[in-house]
Design a protein around this ligand. Structure first.
Ligand code: EPU
Length: 339
């Protein structure tokens, strides 16, 4: 039976670990509970926040509305020749799904090991790391349409994936709740070592013909070395997106800063490393009040204990200002700001 609680602390539901209360809170363990919830017209009118692992949000204030925590579980797998179809409930922990696949030699998710968050959040920002994005393995997802109470299946094309982007963040924002995700993996691994540090670490370990288990272990090792563990230091991963600028904009910046880290991002576009830009402005490892940037990765903002959402947000504004002043580049926040 669906229960709606009142005045619930969200501290344990956001990996930044900031204090904020939700006026109303519902945990959804089965997709039918969404139908039941929205049969009551009052929830159609109420401001809503849908959360999974809470690993990509910054809560600035108490949330005067309904928080819906998706906890729909279950992983199903079906093999057809060399293809493996995996369907996972939106509330599954992403890394549990990765481990489920890696231990069975279902290839495709190994580079996405140890990304925090839930399966249901993965298509929303097209999670990506170490040369792979969700869209590379995505088949479809099932989502609940709040206004009609109907379920709809979205194909890969329907999702309009881009770098940390999808239709669920843009034109359909707030209209659907993802309840399950279907992935297309393979029994024949296509080992992706495009991210240099993976090859380096494999060489350090004396591994020449890596398996997907090796790749998963190496990716996990790199993440642990570079990124703070949210269970001990509050954070939400990369706080900003890596900015994509035009080749014309890039020319004068490159002239002034020849060593600038950059990658091709499609015809006429260049992606810059936000972490590098932030470090060049002197922010790496800086502690300001209860917040700061991570000592090994300036793109990650952290809560050193007791930080408020407002404090982290205003610190992020200082970073945006100084990167703009030095490079003329505007950083966009990647984390979902809830105010
Ligand atoms: N760099 C610096 N200083 C820093 C951080 C990075 O100079 O403090 C430089 C690095 O030396 C490197 C470049 O910037 O040359 C890129 O750094 P890194 O490989 O660590 O990756 P990133 O671009 O900072 C992105 C994703 C991460 C993902 C990694 C690995 C975004 C916003 N972030 O970070 O994703 O794990 O690549 O693929 O695209 C996340 O989204 O939360 C996340 C952690």
């Amino acid at each position: 039976m669906l229960q709606i609680q009142q005045n619930v602390s969200l501290k344990n539901f956001n990996t930044f670990g900031v204090e904020a209360n939700a006026s109303f809170f519902a945990e959804i363990n089965h997709e039918d509970e969404l139908v039941e919830l929205f049969m009551d017209p009052q929830w159609q009118q109420t401001e809503r926040l849908v959360i999974g692992g809470g690993s990509n949000l910054l809560l600035i204030n108490d949330f005067e509305g309904l928080v819906i925590r998706i906890n729909i579980r279950g992983i199903e797998h079906r093999i057809n020749h060399n293809e493996v179809f995996i369907e996972a409930g939106a509330g599954e922990v992403w890394n549990d799904l990765v481990n489920f696949c890696v231990t069975r030699n279902y290839a495709g998710l190994e580079n996405l090991s140890l990304i925090p968050g839930s399966v249901g959040a993965s298509p929303i920002q097209n999670i990506g790391a170490y040369g792979v994005e969700l869209k590379d393995v995505f088949h479809s997802c099932k989502a609940f349409e709040i206004s009609t109470g109907q379920f709809k299946t979205f194909s890969k094309d329907d999702c309009k994936f881009g770098y940390r982007e999808s239709v669920f963040k843009s034109e359909l924002k707030g209209q659907y709740i993802i309840v399950s995700v279907k992935l297309e993996l393979s029994l024949i691994p296509d080992i992706n070592l495009r991210y240099g540090a993976i090859e380096q670490e494999l060489a350090n370990r004396g591994i020449t013909g890596p398996t997907i288990k090796d790749v998963s272990q190496v990716v996990s090792h790199i993440r642990v070395a570079k990124l703070p563990d949210p269970s001990t230091i509050g954070n939400a991963g990369s706080f900003f997106k890596n900015p994509v600028i035009t080749a014309d904009e890039f020319g004068p910046i490159k002239e002034k800063f020849p060593e600038i880290v950059n990658y091709p991002a499609g015809e006429g576009f260049i992606k810059l490393a936000a972490g590098w830009l932030i470090e060049q402005c002197g922010w790496k490892g800086k502690i300001v009040g209860n917040t700061g940037t991570w000592k090994n990765q300036a793109l990650v903002l952290v809560n050193h204990g007791g930080a408020t959402g407002e404090e982290v947000y205003s610190f992020s504004s200082q970073i945006i200002d100084s990167v703009y002043t030095k490079f003329g580049v505007i950083l966009q926040r990647e984390v979902n700001i809830i105010s």
